[in-house]
Design a protein around this ligand. Structure first.
Ligand code: NAI
Length: 279
């Protein structure tokens, strides 16, 4: 975020891995105080230590975004130590692969609890603080699956569409409080989520097949993603699509929904073919 993040306090959910870890590192490099809040407290502490060892300012906090009391505790700790929260990165998320006819109720609940309820809880816990401060910036991580329909990850798509809609509505409401709201829509980023992630649900593909499935979509390194996304965040953009070429899919769906459905059908066909050869 250029020099704008210097001395600001950033609270990053899911900060121990992938995109969240890249945000934490980049923001600390810019001089921000970062709170790495994650269910995986060990990796969160290790990352905080690495940042502190190289001259940055980082803290780790244990957080399960599915629990509002857990959010309240972690946010209160950040506030007690750092005095304010300038950025909330509502980034924690899980993947949910597989077709709906293979889901259990628990599969639905898991993805809704983390990807949607977790974002709502983050907003409930931090937005009032930002209102009191007279400013702040909420950055919700959705996905390209929040802009276009993605078969094979229908429940994930549902939660990410909800996050996009929620962010657009909140952005307008929050203007009068001086609070900015942006929503990130990453394309495919090379992180553990691509092969199921630590807590997510995988489809029927092996780990190797899952990585092969995403490869034609040119996964971006999380560090590169973070740098581009933070630049757009610093400009206060509403909907941030990175890599930018993914906007073509978004525009195509609006321009020709039929053509887009055809392209999505081919992608589903490819996934099913790969699944039929999985061990
Ligand atoms: P990741 O699996 O590397 O990181 C996710 C982090 O969230 C992990 O550190 C995990 O411990 C944490 N987490 C999961 N459940 C949690 C919970 N209940 N409470 C607290 N922390 C929890 O995955 P990645 O890719 O960095 O994902 C970050 C966000 O980006 C997610 O919201 C994901 O849906 C989104 N995204 C990722 C894309 C990609 O291609 N990697 C594409 C589009 C969106």
């Amino acid at each position: 975020m250029g020099s704008t993040a210097a001395d600001k306090v950033a609270f990053i959910t899911g900060g121990a891995s992938g995109i969240g870890a890249a945000f934490a590192t980049a923001l600390a490099d810019q001089g921000a105080v970062v709170w790495i809040a994650d269910r995986q407290i060990g990796p969160a502490q290790e990352l905080a230590q690495r940042i502190n060892d190289t001259g940055g300012k980082a803290h780790a906090a244990e957080l399960d975004v599915r629990s509002y009391p857990s959010f309240e505790r972690a946010v209160a700790e950040a506030l007690r130590y750092s005095g304010r929260i300038d950025y909330l990165f509502n980034n924690a998320g899980i993947g949910a692969g597989g077709e709906v006819d293979s889901y259990t109720l628990d599969d639905w609940n898991d993805v809704i609890d983390v990807n949607l309820r977790g974002v709502a809880y983050g907003i409930q816990a931090v937005y009032p603080i930002m209102i009191r401060q007279g400013g702040g910036h909420i950055v919700n991580t959705a996905s390209m699956a929040g802009l276009v329909a993605s078969p094979g990850i229908a429940s994930y798509t549902a939660t990410k569409h909800a996050v996009v809609g929620m962010s657009k509505a909140l952005r307008l409401e929050a203007e009068r409080h001086g609070v900015r709201v942006s929503v990130l829509c990453p394309g495919v980023i090379r992180t553990p989520i691509l092969s199921g992630g630590r807590y997510g649900r995988s489809n029927g593909l092996t780990e190797e097949q899952q990585l092969k499935f995403w490869e034609p979509l040119r996964p971006l390194a999380p560090e590169v993603f973070a740098e581009r996304a933070l630049r757009a965040v610093s400009r206060g953009k509403a909907i941030i699509v990175v890599p930018a070429w993914w906007k073509a899919f978004w525009y195509l769906e609006r321009l020709s929904p039929t053509l887009f459905l055809w392209a999505s059908r081919s992608s589903l066909k490819r996934m099913r073919e790969m699944e039929s050869t999985a061990d």
